[in-house]
Ligand binder design. Structure first.
Ligand SMILES: C[S@@+](CC[C@H](N)C(=O)[O-])C[C@H]1O[C@@H](n2cnc3c(N)ncnc32)[C@H](O)[C@@H]1O
Length: 217
């Protein structure tokens, strides 16, 4: 019997090159977003698919916000070694009351959702009116949404994500191309670990999107 290898984000090879942030762009994109939305001490912020808890710790330390993270993988939570503020939950079933958060980060996770419109409905529910959605993720370039297991296989075209976010009751405030971060991480993976970021043959990009829940005024 053959066992499928664990996904890349569960593997030591990625941690060896990416560090605690298991994605392209690392804290550079987290800080870019937190600065853009004007995060201030006292804000309540949720990180969905928090991995090892790096963004929660970063936002607490650098911006003084009250940050929590949800992460469904027991193995990731074990590796996070009791990092503060992490709760075991899926991003599309958030254990929080409506309008709890001023901002929600979802970094390199949204592609993995089985039901993306449903996930956005859940993000919209837990954000206050005027609250910010920070989405960074892989996107497919020139090919339709895939159906494999990894985020690379499952990445959707950016236009489709943009449409879903707008239809989900958000106004897009910023949309940036960060494909260079993806190419950099992929090169370091190959160079350091001899590891291809994905064995799929799709042309991929990476983006940062910041959207705002409508209805603040
Ligand atoms: C590429 S890692 C990114 C982790 C973290 N956001 C970071 O940037 O370091 C993807 C993470 O999403 C988590 N994940 C997978 N499906 C999820 C879901 N439906 N809801 C929330 N998180 C999910 C995985 O367990 C994994 O920790």
């Amino acid at each position: 019997m053959r066992f499928a290898p664990p996904p890349l984000w569960e593997r030591a090879e990625l941690r060896a090159v990416a560090g605690e942030t298991l994605r392209p762009g690392g804290f550079e994109l987290t800080d870019r977003a937190a600065d853009f939305i004007g995060a201030v001490p006292g804000w309540r912020v949720l990180d969905v698919g928090a991995g090892l808890g790096a963004t929660v710790a970063r936002l607490r330390a650098r911006y003084g916000v009250r940050a929590w993270g949800v992460e469904p993988s027991a193995d990731q939570l074990d590796r996070a070694k009791g990092a503060p503020g992490l709760v075991r939950a899926r991003g599309d079933r958030l254990p929080f009351l409506p309008e709890t958060f001023d901002a929600l980060f979802c970094e390199c996770v949204f592609s993995l959702f089985d039901d993306r419109p449903g996930g956005l409905t859940e993000f919209h529910r837990v954000l206050r009116p005027g609250g910010f959605l920070v989405l960074s993720d892989l996107c497919a370039v020139g090919c339709p949404v895939g159906d494999g297991a990894s985020c690379a296989d499952r990445a959707a075209p950016l236009a489709e994500t943009d449409r879903l976010v707008r239809e989900g009751g958000f106004t897009v405030r910023l949309l940036e191309d960060h494909g260079a971060h993806l190419r950099d991480l992929a090169a370091r993976l190959v160079w350091t670990a001899g590891e291809a970021a994905s064995d799929c043959n799709r042309d991929l990009g990476y983006f940062l999107m910041i959207a705002q829940k409508q209805g603040a005024d």
